[in-house]
Write a protein that binds this ligand. Sequence first.
Ligand SMILES: Cc1ncc(COP(=O)(O)O)c(C=O)c1O
Length: 461
Amino acid sequence: MSIPNRPIAAEEILAADRHLVHGFANLDALKADGARTAIVAAEGAYVRDAHGNRLLDGIGGLWCVNVGHGRAEIIDAIAAQLRELDYYSVFYNLTHPTAARLAEKLASLAPGPLNHAFFANSGSVANDSAVRILHHYFNRLGKPKKKKILSRIGAYHGSTHLAIAMTTPAYREGWDSAAELVHFLSSPSPYRRPDGMDEAAFLDVLIDELETAIETLGAENIACFIAEPIMGAGGVIVPPKGYHARVGEICRKNDIRYVADEVVTAFGRLGHMFASEAAFGVQPDIISVAKGLTSGYQPMSATIISDEIHEVVSGPGGLFLHGMTYSGHPACSAAALANIAILEREDICGQVRVRGPLFERALHALADLGIVGEVRGSHFMMGIEFVRDRATKALFDPGVNIGGRVARHAQARGLIVRPLAHMAVLSPPLILTEAQIAEIGATLRQSIRATMDDLARERLL
Ligand SMILES: Cc1ncc(COP(=O)(O)O)c(C=O)c1O
């Protein structure tokens, strides 16, 4: 990995950065010296900061750099596409070969009858699009009352006005949203289930809650249920075994469409191109993807809809009044096709099915440390929940910023992890070697120990 030719002055970058509004940041805290990290180069599983530090990218950029950084094949495909056709839209009767080929490719990979892709440029818009399409679909079916969305506490579906409404309320404190459209069900978190209840009984409780909600709201008023197969930004919550399949069945019985938000889980993170059907036994009506679709090399998302939904919205007089200028952008489509070619050629899903369990094991080994309440997740989507008291599962005071403390210690030791309130989250590139997996385990152990030492010194433990 080389630092770019031009000089990188950390101070100069950070001075310029005062004009940049950061997403999901405490903008006040960012004013402090040393609060921001500028990443200037990346290769494979590593990035380099403006001070020249080499850091193992434990979060794959933002759960997205699935095939690793610096893949010449994707970069060259983008450049070649731009040379041939820089931009044309897929509005009206227009199309171009790269977007068309990508739609065809996704139809061949997506489970069951999911054969039609609507492209946009973010996971948020992919989920907004799923809801807009379903509302219109039910209007066309003569069921205009079907508007409500069932979501879950802990869900993260994006930050546009509609996507944030489907996201757990904690992510929008002090901000507005289209909240009236959404009904929240409980988080399917086995770790936080009631004391003395086994997982099977907990699943029954969740299913009862869903059936009661449908009865109370009226199935005739509900358009869809939306869920990540494994909740990501809500704390890496793996639901009880059989949860998605049972929810899917109830949705089908009640004429409610099942939307799988696979923005994080698709394209290999759990060892499959799509996780819903392969890992969780549910056939969605719509799957949203973004992130791993291009491994982050270009901003792109797809809302992949079933034949049945497509048939309704494309029937007689079907006016599809939805679209973005950059839907199916040639450079994004080229990046996605090159990325999928790498995933297939290198059998990255197969690799993840082998190395993912090693990654899980390396992190589960941390469970002996006194502040580790639970290590959870699957394959390359993992989280460590920290608690003040393992017996009661009591959390640290938010002011302690336990996740931030562990992340700071990890970064000082050459590893980027994502602090998430009382958690540290990991979603590395899917190309990690066994040595890198061991390095992450060892660095985390040192970082959590160092955090425990700090807490003891400050009498917080
Ligand atoms: C599960 C899930 N859905 C949707 C989104 C929103 O995607 P974007 O940030 O590209 O809008 C995210 C982003 O992290 C996500 O994790």
